[in-house]
Design a binder for this molecule. Structure first.
Ligand code: GLT
Ligand code: MN
Ligand code: MN
Length: 388
């Protein structure tokens, strides 16, 4: 049994906005005093995280003077150096300011669209200066409350134009930086464009430099849409597009809860961790979540430690699942293949098609076989419950 202590190779990261969340919600004010970016880095150092991510304005307030900016950056860099915390990812706040009330890259107002590009270029410069290799785009305001207001086809074209422009900017500056697009179905807009990871994957293929762009799926966002997160992540992984991941938890059908990883759907968290580990996923494991509003900063540390600890426990359980003889014998049995159909698979040929059309299948015999999935799932549950 491991000590479940996080190690740098786990690449556990937190956004400044996660451990820095002060508990403000639409119904209530902050319950924790705000901490500076440097203080948050030190908190992350204390709990054993690997990295910190930020929006431009989490680090530098939007109206900061040049002198204020220099002071904040100096303190932040010192905290990074003192703690060994790195900055793997950065992003732009394109949602908080009133100017983005109707979107950024998809706004009907060309001044808003141009400002969003300018703000993002500046934020990319800042992220790269601090070491970021991944740049996340979460289009929180890119949507509508009513489709009377914006043409959704125009919105897709505007999103594409912005991504193409910013990819060229990165190339022009010779930055070593990739983009990761993060989907969400709704909140804060009534409906957000490119609402799921699947939409994003399809959109990426229409860009001028698709090789520079991948996805950043978030557990809560796919669960809000009622989807199986593991399947969405599988599609991203299989197509080489899983550049980053936002881990948290969420009850189905609720608002964006951003709970501690594993706090709600343990089984789905287990299969997610198993898939990431089995496939040697090697980018950040970013916990995009925050502590309950009931907590003080000790509770915030409990929250952060809890995210990492649950991940490591599930990783251990996944190894147990892979090594369990009974489980593996069922897995082997349900995947057993006598090779008698090999001739029909693989590349199409007219001969194969003709031969396959002539093959006789005994449907009743094939369908009559029990698949032992009840047993397999129960064994999985017993591993999760610590009974195996
Ligand atoms: C915001 C959102 C997250 C995104 C962040 C990146 S900010 O908190 O809820 O899901 O990942 O912009
Ligand atoms: Mn997120
Ligand atoms: Mn979220």
């Amino acid at each position: 049994m491991s000590d479940y202590n996080p190690k740098p190779e786990n690449k556990f990261t937190f956004g400044l906005w996660t451990v820095g969340n002060t508990g403000q919600d639409p119904f209530g004010r902050s319950v924790r005093e705000a901490k500076s970016p440097a203080e948050l880095v030190r908190l992350l150092g204390e709990v054993g995280a690997y990295g910190v991510n930020f929006h431009d304005n989490d680090l530098i307030p939007i109206d900061a003077t040049a002198a204020e900016r220099d002071g904040i950056l100096k303190e932040f860099k010192k905290a990074l150096a003192d703690t060994g915390i790195v900055v793997p990812m950065a992003t732009t706040d394109l949602f908080k300011e009133p100017i983005f009330k109707d979107g950024a890259f998809t706004s009907n107002d060309s001044k808003v669209r141009a400002y969003a590009l300018q703000k993002t270029m500046n934020a990319i410069d800042l992220g790269v200066e601090l070491g970021a290799k991944i740049y996340v785009f979460w289009g929180g305001r890119e949507g509508t409350e009513t489709d009377a207001t914006k043409n959704p086809i125009t919105a897709i074209k505007r999103s594409r134009e912005a991504m193409n422009f910013l990819c060229e900017y990165v190339k022009d500056r010779k930055y070593d930086l990739k983009f990761a697009l993060e989907a969400k179905p709704n909140e804060p807009r009534g409906d957000i464009y490119n609402s799921t990871t699947g939409h994003m994957l399809a959109f990426i293929n229409t860009l001028d430099h698709p090789e520079m762009v991948g996805v950043n799926p978030e557990v809560a966002h796919e669960h809000m849409a009622g989807l199986n997160f593991v399947h969405g992540v599988a599609q991203a992984l299989e197509s080489g597009k899983l550049f980053h991941i936002d881990l948290n938890d969420q009850a189905f059908g609720r608002y964006d809860q951003d709970f501690r990883f594993g706090a709600v759907n343990l089984k789905s968290a287990f299969f997610l961790v198993k898939m990431l580990e089995d496939n040697k996923y090697d980018s950040s494991r970013h916990f995009d979540a925050h502590a309950y509003r009931t907590e003080d900063y000790e509770g915030v540390k409990d929250f952060a430690r809890g995210c990492m600890r649950t991940y490591l426990i599930l990783k251990e359980k996944a190894a147990k699942w892979n090594a369990d003889k009974e489980i593996q014998s069922i897995v082997a049995e349900i995947n057993a293949d006598d090779g008698s159909m090999d001739q029909y698979f693989g590349k199409y040929s007219a001969e194969k098609a003709k031969a396959l059309k002539g093959q006789v299948f005994d449907r009743a015999v094939i369908a009559g076989r029990g698949l032992k999935y009840e047993k397999l799932d129960q064994l999985t549950i017993e591993i999760l419950l610590g009974a195996r």
